[in-house]
Design a protein around this ligand. Sequence first.
Ligand code: SF4
Ligand code: SF4
Length: 369
Amino acid sequence: MSFVLKRSELDQLVTVLREDGYQVYGPVVVDRAIRYRRIDSIDELAIGVRDVQGPGRYSLVERADDAIFGHTVGVTSLKDLFFPPRRAVWTAARDGDSYRFEPAAPTGARVAVIGARSCELAAMSIHDTVLLGGEYVDADYEARRKAGFIVSIDCTEPGEVCFCASMGTGPGADGGFDLAMTELRVDGGWEYVGRYGTQRGEAILERVEHRVPDQIEIGQARSAVSAAAGAMGRELTVTGLPEFLASHRQHPSWADIADRCLACGNCTQACPTCFCVSTIDTSSLDGATMTHDVRWDSCFSLDFSFMGGRPQRASIDARYRQWLTHKLSGWVEQFGSSGCVGCGRCITWCPVGIDFTAEIPRMMERIDG
Ligand code: SF4
Ligand code: SF4
């Protein structure tokens, strides 16, 4: 089942979601970069801008048109909304001579996102496997996911660092959304040719003016996504990659990369699939109250592998190797999929421009050569 919205009807969708109590988020220009931010109207979205990304660089330029979704992924991802950087697990308050402990209540917020990309849906599916699919269930993440509503936008203009086609995660979404759309330029205006992902999505759209698309419009939307798949800025050959990385832990390239890597952890913070966390306790100055928070951590931080009185991965090459081999190799065995969805954020937001889609072929050549 498909539908078409005009731009004004897209705004109605935001209104209906807000009427239903959703906090609606979408890609917005903040501090010269695109980030997910709460919106009341589509007018607040990153209209008429295109992002220019490359290893260690990012800028926004004006487009010749006023496309709403004429850019690729921004700094933040769905991770920030569904698995926030810091949140309380429990609090404690002094009660006479002892302390009273209270678990933090799962969030009551209902988050709706307009403009999620297919690679981000794939990343969230990975988080579902890790945070909901095993013995451990993250109650806060579960509450956010159950309450969330996702409107996905297919990518029709991939960027220089995108390689979702290599990872099989884009550029069009094939699941994980309530509604999905392709933004199309038609007769000087804009149309959003969409499809339903859930009954919840259908129920919401019943309250928004729309019409059924003809076969030509559906074909145009499919062609735009197919063309995008052939226009990726990068590619990564994944066949045999997990085995290659697992069997080359002593490769000399790890040390070469470590010479450039600052161990800043930007790549892990920007990555939509990285989920490593640590805990931190804070107390009031008089000791009357205390909060136990969980916050994002990084395998690049020295403390992260601190065990038995010392860090187990003391060198930067050990930490870089841990990150990449877990993401592209160990993850497959552990969770049944790669830990990379090809969004390119780790390339763009690396301050020294380390790009593993270039490093890995160099590593392989060095062995073959
Ligand atoms: S490893 Fe890099 S390209 Fe892959 S999902 Fe993470 S940030 Fe995106
Ligand atoms: S690879 Fe780049 S972003 Fe990641 S820790 Fe090293 S310098 Fe920082």
